[in-house]
Design a protein around this ligand. Sequence first.
Ligand SMILES: NC(=O)c1ccc[n+]([C@@H]2O[C@H](COP(=O)([O-])OP(=O)(O)OC[C@H]3O[C@@H](n4cnc5c(N)ncnc54)[C@H](O)[C@@H]3O)[C@@H](O)[C@H]2O)c1
Length: 272
Amino acid sequence: MTRIGLLGCGAIGTQIALAIDSGKIPAILTHVYDDSKEASAILVGKLKNKPEIVENPHLLSSHPVNIVVEAASQDAVRDAGLSVLQNKRDLMIMSVGALLDESIYDILSDACKDFKKTIFLPSGAIAGLDGIKSVKDELESVSITTTKHPRSLKGAKFFENSKINLDSISSSMTIFEGTAKEAVSLFPANINVAALLSLSGIGSERTNVKIVADPDTDKNTHHIEAAGKFGKMTFMIENFPDPDNPKTSRLAILSAIETLKKYCSNDIQIGT
Ligand SMILES: NC(=O)c1ccc[n+]([C@@H]2O[C@H](COP(=O)([O-])OP(=O)(O)OC[C@H]3O[C@@H](n4cnc5c(N)ncnc54)[C@H](O)[C@@H]3O)[C@@H](O)[C@H]2O)c1
């Protein structure tokens, strides 16, 4: 049976843990860690099969787990990602924005090769990455337009130097257009999908991002267009937010669970 360590016991971590506990993911959750002791205690309280709460994130991979699942923050990836691979464990990352820092990407990518381990990045809150990966060498343009309710964008660094007042937006309004690289620094909590798209395709400086604030929407919507010698692809994803964390889409959680099911199963594998 696959043994899993979990880093981060919030909205995504909790749903992954419950999927393991119910047998939906054929694995054992052996160890968990969260900076918030309360969050880890609450999570363990919900489970029939209780994992051990460890004292720091590095202890997750010093135990004999097969994979550590990160569902915490970009800081957690920077802090603990390398030690997971050095301890010869696989790693699944949800805070994908951390990998748009080229030095972090290179360190983790080299460690995968050195220690013969794999990092898994679930498709998260978008779809179509299988197609984008396949046509990578023939891509000429990739763009993503993300539309969210203004409250989902609150707190972003972008607004420190902007005259836009999110509270006064009364109809759909484009508030940012630029590269995925620029979006990373200005909207760090909203860029996981742009980061995934960049990493699957033609990189963060050639992936165009538009962010729209729409006070009339209750969904997180992503419209992706990719074109090149192969032809053209268009994807439209309308996500309902998770009730425990409206910034996280239900699809992101389901894609994390599906990635782990695939990791833990010997079976026919569908998709590229
Ligand atoms: N790939 C995607 O499509 C996608 C989609 C949604 C969210 N995410 C990312 O996944 C991560 C988790 O999302 P969530 O909705 O579960 O968030 P959440 O806020 O509900 O939970 C995060 C948990 O991690 C803990 N935490 C934060 N930093 C930590 C650290 N350095 N070490 C240990 N614990 C730490 C927090 O205390 C919290 O309990 C976030 O970084 C989020 O941006 C990715």
